[in-house]
Design a protein around this ligand. Structure first.
Ligand code: LLP
Length: 444
């Protein structure tokens, strides 16, 4: 069904006239998220992993319109916090399609989740520490549980996003079987889970294979603990555990660089099937990508408001900053940038010289740059720049540092534009303070 569907949407594939119109109408910085592309990405995942349960890692983009599109495409929701779970519920995910994956869950989150589970008993809670099991039992929870394992192997585009190996996540592989058995005594154990990291590209497929192989092995061990000597039944062997699924995580990378090849999804699916070797009868495979679903469905539009040459570089000042898109400052992440032109009296970008420029935002941090000395069609004041592949971990990581209101986001649905997150105002910046002041005046 997805034949002929380009495997990555480059920033140059967007309709430039449309982006100009949206920037004029809604002002900049502006996120544009194309729901049609989100749906195509979901379809491609479901096609490639036809026999797996596909879950969307909500953290990549929690916008209501995105969640609804993903829900309609048939994916489940993997939620990392009470807030994400709350959003997924509001977007209409049924209880049996909700997965709460807790990492050091705050007490308040556990209280909330246990409350939700009373109404939605098919929700699954994934825990990565024995303490979390105890804390759930203390709250009277006895529902569906999945045990998160640290597979001992990590991968990802940056050390800060490797979750397997030396990281805080999951129960160490060597102790996982024991933890799963103890979980099964108190809860309805339905699955085991592992996630290697985020932004795994074709070069890192070996880590993915290794993780999958280890999880397959663990599932077999749990199903058949006494299989060392076939035929023998060891009276002391632990009971066999019937899992519903083995979740091997997400992390599928997208090619941010213009010359990077897209991930060959059918090949990843095939590698996954091979690596798992076999799963006990009735146990399904599950995956939970976030970035892959939304990354190339989004762009960030920003306007050039100053251009200056320093002895070291040509600095193009734009109205978006690290507060709007944190990834370059936080991970040195590369995002493609295209000059869409529009400056008064300037030639179209195609007729300008490619010039090495540093694109910098308005934040008082030296790291507030989107690129350094990168060749762009020489930007001028008033030009519109499109920062590509910004749909994942873009708006989600936006913040109000330097007292900057967060940008607006527009969703395109079959070409129709709707503001799905309005631009914040200066008044929004102080809402919580003013409410506190009012409350303390009342209490006094
Ligand atoms: N499952 C779990 C348990 C995760 O922790 C994550 C991501 C995912 C799934 C989805 O990974 P994805 O398919 O999106 O790679 N802010 C960083 C990415 C952090 C990802 C954290 N966990 C970035 O902008 O690169």
């Amino acid at each position: 069904a997805t034949d002929g569907n380009p495997p990555v949407r480059r920033v140059s594939d967007w309709n430039a006239d449309r982006l100009h119109d949206l920037a004029t109408e809604h002002d900049t910085p502006l996120y544009v998220q194309d729901l049609d592309r989100v749906r195509e990405n979901c379809e491609r995942l479901v096609d490639a992993f036809s026999e797996a349960d596909v879950r969307y890692a909500v953290k990549a983009n929690t916008g209501r319109a995105v969640l609804e599109a993903v829900r309609d495409a048939g994916l489940d929701a993997e939620c990392a916090s009470a807030g994400e779970l709350d959003r997924a519920l509001a977007a209409g995910f049924a209880g049996d399609r909700l997965h709460y994956t807790a990492v050091n869950p705050p007490a308040r989150d556990l209280d909330y989740v246990v409350g939700v589970a009373e109404a939605e008993p098919k929700l699954t809670v994934t825990v990565g520490a024995v303490d979390a099991l105890d804390r759930l039992a203390d709250r009277g929870y006895d529902g569906r549980i999945c045990v998160r394992v640290n597979p001992g192997v990590g991968a990802g585009h940056h050390e800060k996003v490797r979750t397997g190996g030396a990281a805080k996540f999951g129960i160490p592989y060597g102790r996982a079987a024991q933890a799963a058995r103890s979980a099964a005594e108190r809860f309805d154990l339905v699955g085991i889970h592992a996630h290697a990291g985020s932004g795994i590209d074709s070069d890192q497929l070996d880590s993915h294979r290794e993780l999958v192989a280890r999880m397959g092995e663990l599932a077999r061990e749990l199903a058949d603990p006494g299989d060392d000597a076939p035929g023998d039944t060891d009276p002391d062997a632990p009971a066999s555990l019937d899992l519903e699924y083995v979740d091997v995580g997400g992390g599928f990378g997208v090619p941010y660089r213009e010359d990077a090849p897209p991930l060959d999804l059918p090949a990843v699916a095939e590698a996954t099937r091979e690596a798992v070797a076999s799963l006990p009868a009735g146990v399904d495979l599950a995956i939970e990508p976030g970035r892959y679903v939304v990354a190339d469905a989004g762009v960030l539009l920003t306007r050039v408001n100053a251009v200056k040459s320093t002895p070291d570089e040509r600095v193009v000042g734009v109205d978006a900053g690290m507060t709007d898109l944190l990834r370059p400052a936080m991970y040195d992440a590369y995002h493609p940038i295209l000059n869409l032109g529009g400056a008064d009296g300037e030639p179209t970008p195609e007729r300008r010289d490619a010039t090495p420029v540093t694109v910098a935002g308005p934040i008082c941090e030296t790291g507030d740059t989107f690129c350094r000395n990168r060749a762009l069609a020489d930007p001028a004041r008033g030009d519109l720049l499109a920062v590509g592949i910004a749909g994942a971990y873009g708006y989600e990581m936006a913040n109000q540092y330097n007292s900057r209101p967060r940008p607006a986001e527009v969703a395109l649905d079959e070409g129709i534009a709707t503001v799905v997150r309005r631009r914040e105002t200066l008044a929004d910046l102080t809402t919580v303070e003013r409410e506190s002041e009012r409350n303390s005046a009342r209490d006094a």
